[in-house]
Design a protein around this ligand. Structure first.
Ligand code: URA
Ligand code: CA
Length: 446
């Protein structure tokens, strides 16, 4: 096969055969195709898109480029969850112990944060002593013992995706549905779960800015998963503002604990409840939505979900006493207050994420060292009334020089207007093998 011909074929809007797609990926991984040709090909895909058949072939080849985790020694159906990326998205820290407390096995491989979004592995490492490097035997045995294990994603999962993603990142070709869908699904499928739940974010802080694009991305991933023999569903949720009140590693761990203690009932809690219900339905054949909710609420109210979190921390070497005392947060602090009366019209999630990164909570490059105590607490949400001088957010860092610029970045994230706007609902809908179901505004309150 000739790469120039394949670039031209895609450029002119024709679909490649599965063999042609596999050839490109395999040759690129072996350095038999140079970056400049692969860049041209990715840009052609960016403009022309890919058919479902091409997307499945791309996913399969990237999945097959590395190791496939074998989770068959785990009792029960392991359901994996993946979020397409958000700010203040602490769902994994809440869901993992909550589901384990309901008897659902959780075998979670997670990544580190990059840019303005955080990673579960970094968050858990803000607990002193917590180990994320587990052997495969330890990982499986911990799940069988307490129902839950978390490990860092190894470089051996879908290395082709790693190499292609790095090129997409510097060629303006990240935000393309087939490329995002195959990238995420190749890693999820290689990680060995029996079923997959996707949390597809829609809004100004997400890859997909509107519902139509979110639905298309969700459909693409759901189709890939089901085509590859794993039951896959997606929830569509809003990312117009940070999900929780905390952004930053230690701050998010402590917020997750509050949710697990039943003390925090905001958007983070409601999204977790919805995702947890769907994961129970995916894991247990005889489950109903109503029964799942009853069990979940019981595990929260009885304290069992919180106990499971502490058991999990202890088993992976974390210092439970230090956690009970509260993790340290940055010693330099600043407050952001409202400059005029009105209503919050915007809390731009990507700008909040950038401010948190600037404080030290995230990585500017792969090799940046993060400040685990850095971050933000956001006290107002879209639609809230505010008076001049009222507290909007607090900033934390261990590097005093970072405060002023971070405050300015954060200030730009908040827009306050005279009139109250209607807010977009948190939960937008669901996509499964049967199609799309869109929800009305108060879905999660009913
Ligand atoms: N996350 C991924 O893993 N891949 C993408 O392409 C986008 C987000
Ligand atoms: Ca309703």
């Amino acid at each position: 096969m000739n790469m120039v011909d394949l670039i031209v074929k895609k450029r002119d809007g024709h679909a490649l055969t599965p063999e042609e797609v596999s050839y490109i990926v395999e040759a690129y991984v072996k350095d038999a195709i140079p970056d400049y040709q692969m860049s041209a090909f990715l840009m052609a895909v960016f403009f022309q898109g890919m058919s479902e058949e091409e997307t499945v072939a791309l996913t399969r080849t990237m999945m097959d480029s590395g190791d496939q985790m074998d989770l068959s020694a785990i009792k029960g159906v392991v359901v994996d969850k993946h979020s397409t990326g958000g700010v203040g998205d602490t769902t994994t820290l809440v869901l993992a112990p909550w589901l384990a407390a309901c008897g659902i096995p959780v075998a979670k491989m997670s990544g580190r944060g990059l840019g303005h979004t955080g990673g579960t592995i970094d968050k858990m490492e803000s607990i002193p002593g917590f180990r994320v490097e587990l052997t495969m035997e330890e990982f499986v045995s911990n799940v069988n013992k307490i129902g839950l294990a978390l490990a860092g994603q190894t470089g051996s999962i879908a290395p082709a995706d790693k190499k292609i993603y790095a090129l997409r990142d510097v060629t303006g070709t990240v935000e393309q549905k087939a490329l995002i869908a195959s990238s995420i699904m190749s890693k999820k499928l290689a990680s060995g779960a029996g079923a997959i739940l996707l949390d597809v974010k829609v809004g100004s802080g997400a890859f997909m800015k509107n519902l139509e694009d979110g639905i298309a991305l969700a459909k693409s991933m759901v189709d890939i998963g089901n085509a590859m023999g794993r039951e896959t569903k997606a929830i569509l949720s809003s990312m117009d503002q940070p999900l929780g009140k905390a952004v930053g590693n230690s701050l998010e761990v402590m917020e997750a604990i509050k949710v697990l203690q039943g003390e925090e009932k905001g958007d983070l809690y409601y999204l977790c409840l919805e995702l947890a219900k769907e994961m129970m339905l995916l894991s247990l054949a005889d489950m109903t939505s109503k029964k799942a909710e009853e069990i979940l609420l019981d595990r929260l109210e009885s304290g069992k979900a919180h106990d499971k979190f502490l058991e999990f921390v202890a088993l992976q070497g974390g210092d439970v006493e230090k956690l009970r005392e509260g993790l340290p947060v940055g010693s330099y602090r600043k407050r952001l207050t409202a400059e005029n009366d009105g209503y919050v019209a915007k809390v731009e999630a990507s700008a909040v994420g950038l401010a948190a990164m600037h404080l030290g909570a995230g990585r500017e490059t792969k090799d940046s060292i993060i400040d685990l105590g850095a971050g933000l607490r956001i006290w107002k949400r879209i639609g809230d009334p505010v008076a001049k001088g009222e507290l909007l957010a607090e900033l934390y860092t261990n590097d005093e020089d970072k405060l002023l610029e971070a405050r300015n970045l954060l200030k730009d994230a908040f827009v306050i207007e005279k009139n109250q706007k209607t807010t977009s609902p948190l939960l937008l809908g669901k996509v499964d093998r049967n199609g799309v179901e869109l929800w009305d505004e108060d879905h999660y309150r009913t």
